[in-house]
Ligand binder design. Structure first.
Ligand SMILES: N[C@@H](CCC(=O)N[C@@H](CS)C(=O)NCC(=O)O)C(=O)O
Length: 298
């Protein structure tokens, strides 16, 4: 299973994360001091051996730190766009670190790297601009880079179906889900949406109602067309399109949307297949939904 380290974007946490590593090399350097003070050839060779061992140890720990921090993910815990990549990284067994950037996406530092101010965002050395956002593009890139065929098939026709399902989700299903659930989640809606405007609350409620009603059609398309009798869009195993779909459906709990039976079973099946890789990031989304619901009920 991949190692995941999580930190916050706030400065104290960043400092805390770098300091112990820097300090860790010091005891090894100090360990040579008593021997250096001693005289005689054996003391000198003992010093040399200790220094060599210390060098080896610090080089090893530097390599380890480098490997661990090779993939960095900036994310927001309550978001299903982010949940998709967090589930994927765990399911793929990728060593990565997560930085919670809640409240920091529009900071000058973040905007300088990502003018779209979006999460999830990965930082990876091989990328021409050093960063990549858009959940599906991130999963596609990492699956390509690490040859994760089980999650993202290589055969063009099979791959095309996964891509089609993901584009359909981002372009059609997700806007309905956002319009339907963001008011309940206390998330700002996208500009141009009635919910974002200063229209009368009745108009906003109407738009939300229409979006809720519109969800059923694309949902059925995922079931009858993309799954087509298979357990998952990917076949016997969940693909990146399945991760993206299941994560999206999590938000519907915010409005107590009555999922069709197949969708309930599908989500249970994904969670069972992916285990902790799914459950851990899902717990953050579910925790947030439970929180906003309790606030609304208070
Ligand atoms: N289509 C994008 C949507 C990304 C998105 O909307 N991210 C939101 C969180 S759900 C965000 O980072 N918002 C922060 C901001 O705009 O400052 C994806 O799938 O990654």
């Amino acid at each position: 299973m991949a190692k995941t380290t999580t930190k916050s974007a706030k400065k104290p946490a960043a400092k805390a994360a770098t300091k112990p590593a820097a300090k860790a090399t010091k005891p090894a350097a100090k360990a040579t001091t008593p021997a250096a003070k001693a005289s005689g050839a054996s003391a000198k060779s003992a010093t040399k051996a200790a220094a060599k061992a210390a060098d080896k140890a610090s080089a090893k720990s530097a390599r380890k730190t480098k490997a661990k921090s090779a993939l960095m993910l900036s994310m927001l815990k309550p978001s299903v766009n982010n949940m998709s990549v967090r589930v994927f990284a765990r399911a793929a067994g990728l060593d990565h670190s997560e930085t919670d950037v809640w409240g920091h996406t529009r900071s000058p530092e973040y905007m300088a790297r990502n003018p779209a101010h979006l999460t999830p965002m990965i930082e990876d050395k091989g990328l021409p601009r050093g960063v990549l956002w858009e959940s599906c593009a991130i999963m596609q890139y990492l699956a390509n880079k690490h040859g994760l065929e089980k999650l993202y098939p290589k055969a063009p026709a099979k791959r095309a179906m996964i891509d089609s399902a993901m584009f359909y989700l981002i372009g059609t299903l997700y806007p309905y889900v956002a319009r339907a659930t963001y008011p309940a989640l206390n998330f700002p809606q996208y500009a141009g949406e009635v919910g974002h405007s200063d229209a009368h609350p009745d108009k906003k409620a109407e738009a939300q109602k229409a979006a809720i009603a519109a969800i059923a059609e694309p949902l059925e398309v995922f079931h009858s067309f993309f799954r087509n009798g298979k357990p998952f869009i990917g076949g016997k195993n969940p693909s990146i399109a399945d991760i993206r779909l299941a994560a999206t459906l999590e938000f519907l709990a915010a409005i107590d949307y009555a999922l069709p039976q197949w969708a309930k079973e599908y989500m249970t099946a994904i969670e069972k297949k992916l285990g902790k890789a799914y459950a851990e990031p899902a717990a953050d989304v579910r925790g947030y939904i439970a929180h906003v619901k309790s606030q609304a009920g208070a």
